[in-house]
Write a protein that binds this ligand. Structure first.
Ligand SMILES: Nc1ncnc2c1ncn2[C@@H]1O[C@H](COP(=O)(O)OP(=O)(O)OP(=O)(O)O)[C@@H](O)[C@H]1O
Ligand SMILES: [Mg+2]
Length: 238
């Protein structure tokens, strides 16, 4: 069953035309990667779906409901959560408070305690304030805060950005647990290895246009795409 269908969207910032006829589809339970270099249009695609920068043309359908024209808040209420690339945890609230606040705002939340099972690192940091967490810890908290709301569709915008390799490994393992649960994920990344480890299908975006759509297995064999659009050598990702 199709969860999300983005159909030919064009998105602008003022007069700047950023997304050109972008289409993508996510089926129930899939993890789909959205790959591309800096400025390719990954975040803009996420913002288009979330309603923060809605498209001027095209259609976005989520479980049969049109999203274009709805507010980010309404879209969130439909079961879509975005973990933005700048990880907006509340700096003055503790880890526990960040999670309980998200819990309160959701209609059908998961128990906060489940998040500590999923992210044991956070369990040790319950009383620490958001502003005192490391980048990796903030990233885990951002993901946990989204998950506590029991999203049906999770948009993860470059979760590995700025994280040390060892933290990236931890995050990957935690996300593996998460994606085995009932959630559909769109994962934007520049870390191709990370995305390949989690996703089964992928899209490559470049200067606001989709230039590849297919399985990760297919993409792994496309030396041309890996080098031209993802700036990785094929040996690195196989
Ligand atoms: N608020 C904005 N106003 C104007 N232009 C913007 C704005 N945000 C992004 N852009 C432009 O839109 C294009 C796509 O940016 P976007 O943030 O979607 O890329 P990205 O793939 O997420 O890149 P990154 O990997 O660096 O996060 C870029 O050319 C960028 O300069
Ligand atoms: Mg981005």
């Amino acid at each position: 069953m199709t969860v999300l269908e983005v159909d030919g969207i064009d998105t602008y910032y003022g007069n700047s035309h950023v997304l050109h006829d972008v289409s993508l589809e996510l089926a129930e339970g899939e993890v789909v990667a959205l790959l591309g270099r800096n400025g390719a249009g990954k975040t803009t695609t996420m913002r288009s779906i979330m309603g923060t920068t809605p498209p001027r043309r095209g259609r976005i359908s989520y479980r049969g409901t049109d999203l274009v024209g709805r507010s980010p808040n309404e879209i969130n209420r439909l079961g879509i959560d975005l973990v933005p690339e700048d990880r907006r945890v509340f700096p003055t609230l503790t880890v526990q408070e960040n999670l309980t606040l998200a819990h309160k705002l959701a209609d059908d939340p998961r128990p906060v305690e489940e998040m500590y099972e999923l992210f044991p690192i956070l369990d040790d940091l319950r009383r620490n304030r958001g502003r005192n967490l490391s980048g990796g810890e903030q990233q885990m908290l951002s993901v946990a805060r989204a998950l506590v709301q029991r999203p049906s569709l999770l948009l993860l915008d470059e979760p590995t950005e700025g994280l040390a390799p060892v933290i990236v490994d931890d995050l990957r393992e935690m996300l593996r647990d998460v994606v085995s649960q009932d959630v559909t994920v769109l994962l934007s990344e520049q870390n191709v290895t990370f995305a390949f480890a989690l996703a089964t299908r992928g899209y490559v975006i470049d200067t606001g246009s989709i230039v590849f759509e297919g399985t990760i297995d297919e993409l792994q064999d496309r030396d041309d795409l890996l080098e031209q659009y993802l700036a990785v050598s094929p040996e690195e990702v196989r």
